[in-house]
Each structure stands twice: as C-alpha cells, then as structure tokens.
Design a protein around this ligand. Sequence first.
Ligand SMILES: Cc1cc2nc3c(=O)[nH]c(=O)nc-3n(C[C@H](O)[C@H](O)[C@H](O)COP(=O)(O)OP(=O)(O)OC[C@H]3O[C@@H](n4cnc5c(N)ncnc54)[C@H](O)[C@@H]3O)c2cc1C
Length: 562
Amino acid sequence: MKIVIIGGVAGGASAATRARRLAEDAEIVLIERGANVSFANCGLPYYLGGVIEKREKLLVASAKLLRTRFRIDVRTSSLAESIDRAKQTVRIRELATGRVYEEPYDQLILAPGAVPLRPEVPGSDSPRLLTLRNLDDMDQIESLLAAGIREAVIVGGGFIGIELAENLVHRGIHATLIQRGPQLLSPMDPEMTQPLLERMRECGVTVYLNETLRSLDTTSDGVVVWLESGRAILAGVVLCGIGVAPESTLADHAGLEMGLRRAVEVNEQQQTSDPHIFAVGDVTEVSDFVLQDFGESPSYVPLAGPANRQGRLAADAICGREMHLNEPGVRYRGTQGTLIVGCFGCTAASTGASEKSLKRRGINYRKVYIHPADHAGYYPNAQPMTLKLLFDPQSGRVLGAQGVGGTGVDKRIDVLSMAIQAKMTVFDLEESELCYAPQYGSAKDPINMLGFVASGLLRGYHPQIDVESLPTPEQIASDASVPMILDVRTPLEFAAGAIPGAVLIPVDELRDRLGELPRNRLIAVYCKVGMRGYIALRILLQHGFDAVNIGGGWTTWRMHQK
Ligand SMILES: Cc1cc2nc3c(=O)[nH]c(=O)nc-3n(C[C@H](O)[C@H](O)[C@H](O)COP(=O)(O)OP(=O)(O)OC[C@H]3O[C@@H](n4cnc5c(N)ncnc54)[C@H](O)[C@@H]3O)c2cc1C
C-alpha cells in the first residue's frame, strides 16, 4: 500500500508516523512545501520573544529522523499542485528545481493546514504587514524586529495576537493591539476575558477594543497605521492575527465535498467524499462535541490537539483498524475547542460551549461562577481564579467551562474538559476525588465547589439570580415586584464599592436584624465571591424569607461592568 500525505507538520507528521507504526510494509511519502517538517508552530511567538532561545528547538522532528527511524520518504520544498482522483495521482512541483512529476497513491491524506487571513484594506500589501504561520514568517518578523523596531501594532485579539503582544513586550517593544470586537479571545464569554485585558494593559500593552484597521501608509522606515476611529499609529511592523481560513484549494479543485467556511467535509474516520482521500487538521470541518447533541454540529476549530488526533485516526482508518470500529477512539468524536492562552502570568482557558454560543442557538442552560484560590489559602502564594460552569438545567450535564486567573486554571479546565468528554453532570463534579495537599489544591477542590454550587442550584437548595437580571436602583426604589439587593459583606468592603441600590447588613449581624427585611419581596443577597452570600441565603430561607443568591457575588458583578 502506498500512502501519500500532503503537509508535514501537526496532522501530516502524526499521520505519517502512526501509519508506519501500524504498517511496516507501507510506502509512505510525505510532501511538504516548506523547508522543514514537524516544527512547533505554537512555539513561534516565544522564539520572537526570546523565551525560546534556540531556533532549532522549534524543530520537533527533523526530516532526517522521519527518514531514518520511520523510513518515511520525506520530500520538503515540494508543492502538491493538483490531484487527479481518477488516476489516483498528485502532481508535485520541486520548488528548488521546478521539476514537476506525478506521484501515484493508494490512499491520500490531506494535511495542508490553514492560511492566515490578511485584512483587505488600502495599503495591506505593505512589506511591513506580516502574518505568523511558519518558520519563514518568523524569520522575516525576526529580521524586522532585530533592526531595532520600538513600536509594533498587532491586529487581532485571538491567542496568536495576545501571545505576540506578550513576547514583544519581553523584547522591550511597545505593542498596540487592536481588536474589532468588544472583547479579546472571541471563543470565550466577554466577562471571562476581562482580567486578561486588564493584565495586558497593566503590563504596558495598549489595547483598543471595537477598533478596526482602516488603511496602512508605508514609509521608508515604518508604517502609519490608520484606524477607523481616526487614530494613527506609527509602527515599525504590523503583525496580523485575525484568524485563518482552511487551505482547501487543492481539495476544492479536486471536487471534494466542502463544508463550513470552505473546510473539507469528512466523516468520523476523517475520510472525505472520495474514499481514497482523507483530510485532517485545520483544513477540515469538525463536529462540535457538545452542540452535536443539540443538532448543531458543523464547526471550524483550528487547533493543534485535534489536528494531531485526526492525523493518528486517519492512519488508523487506512491501516486496517476498521475491524475495531466499535473500539473507543477509532472514531473522531468531535472537537470541544479546548483552548488556553497565557499572558504576563494571567491564564485564560475554555472548553466546550460558551454562554454566547448556547444563547445564540437557543439552547437552555444555567451557569455558576466561583472565585477560588488555586490551592489552600494558608499555604504561600495561593493565586485567585474565576471559574464559570455552564450546564443543562434538567440533567445537569456539563456543557462548557471557562477559567481565568493565575496558576491552576489549566488543571481545572482540563478536568472539566474530561468531564465534558465523559458527558458527566454537575452531580459528578461534587463527587470528584482530586489530588490534594496544601501546595496543590484544597480538600474541597474548585471542581468540587463548582459541583456543590451547581448541584445546589438544580436541587433548589440555594436559588440564584444572575447578575445580568438585577434591577437598577431606580427600579428597586419604585417597583416592589423587583428584588431588593442585600449586601452581607463588612461595612469596609461596602464603602469601597457596592452594587448600586444595595442595602448593607453584614452576615454576622443578619440573624439579629431580620426585622429590617421585607417578607413580601424577593431579597437578592451577595458578598464578595458568593460564599457569605450563600450562608446568608440559607439563614433567610430558613426564616421564611423569599431570597436568592447573586451568583458569584460582587466579583462576578464587577467582571460584567467593564
Ligand atoms: C503562531 C501559532 C501559534 C499557535 N499556537 C497554538 C497553541 O498554542 N495551541 C493550539 O492548539 N494551536 C496553536 N496553533 C494552531 C496549530 O498550530 C494548528 O492548529 C495546527 O498546526 C494545524 O495542524 P495542520 O496539520 O492542520 O496544519 P499545519 O501544522 O499548519 O501544517 C500544514 C503544512 O502543510 C503544508 N502545505 C500546505 N499546502 C501544501 C501543498 N499544497 N503542498 C505541500 N505542502 C503543503 C504547509 O506548508 C504546512 O507546513 C498555533 C498556530 C500558530 C501559527
């Protein structure tokens, strides 16, 4: 059997090496346009920032290693130009010599990845507007930065833009990041990205939200970046991270079925509409792991984990694993979109459905927020985080989770990612037994706490009102049908800032001052993070008041105000 693979990085290299491990007798040809295979795209921003010091560290597996250890016929600087499906051949051009030849295949795997988008504005052909996809792009950016640039503009507030901003600051270059939408990291919910935005600004990055690139004027020593608001920034380089599009022209011209955003349509074994052609990674459409159960399947999620998994799976399918179809893992189950980004010590991560995606699709959900520390508060260096959990209001199934904060966000989102994968419920989170010693976690881990809060909510043990549903001070004053707001923190905390219209009764005085509260009106209680509010709520409910807790308290309310 002869397997030809187009694209030699995440998905392609995974497919090639897995195929070899399964089929010692297969002929495997790996075609890569660039000079290198299997390099670490995800490490590129960190080389530019000087965090990764040696360029060769980015070369995860060399062509030589793939040739000697795996006996893979690696052909770098070779462009796959077209596919003849009837003859089962690929036309390949050697970029160094211009030689063109036809390469036959029994099975073809497409892993060409995605192309970075460029803004379509006047002046966008500027040699100083660069995107970052591969080592050549990185070298080009590096040569501009090394020339002594002091000012850079980054267009796009996704994870590549954010990582670039952090790394430019490491190098002593001032970065201005412009983002078209109202928040960074658009797959996440806006309030959960707020701490990251604040951290970036604290560390000297200028961030403009709701701002768009209008045009670029390139001069002899820089570029004037004009924004829609009328602002102009003189920069040495403009780095663009506004998203990617599947590199699907080859597949399209070959007549393969295309899906969402012109990504290649594949089945659960990564097979395209042609049974001899598979496709993996950023070029493919995926099923959304959560939303597929609500009839909302197709999605486009270009991430390294899914690309690697899909490469492995295509090789499994090709190399005779069909007989184990019912074995878990041999079918692609869908993509959860688990992502993480770190910037100046602040981590933001997400898995599964976001609140805005559930809302957009009219899917019922409930949500809770908690603001725990990553490990026991009495042990040094505990760092705060915010976790948000989205779940089904009937079954309690976990639908999505997001986290932002310091150390330990990654661990919690990974645990919740597995909970989503296993279709677990908030009741399972209550029961989770996770590792604990004071320097690692808490005896009641944040995951348990999420389970306690969400399960209690579903059981009606502590009803909750979301911060978005709170009345204004005017409504509280004029309309007895809206809840009154009760702050149960200390007078000092109250004086430093409170939800508008709130009345203060500290939790420790509450039992003695119940007479001050109305019996014919809903009382919405809050504290700093929700814990004292919850205790106050239980007091009120047991004394016959109609009361709810304000989910996540003052901290959540503040995250929604920006
Ligand atoms: C700067 C950067 C940072 C990133 N950070 C993260 C991260 O932290 N976490 C994460 O999950 N993801 C990250 N990603 C995304 C991740 O790298 C991709 O999702 C993943 O590499 C996709 O794998 P792939 O195999 O589909 O494509 P790629 O890894 O891009 O490989 C495609 C290869 O195919 C080659 N090719 C294309 N067309 C042809 C052709 N016609 N002939 C021959 N060769 C061809 C290309 O030259 C390319 O080398 C990052 C990406 C970038 C660019």
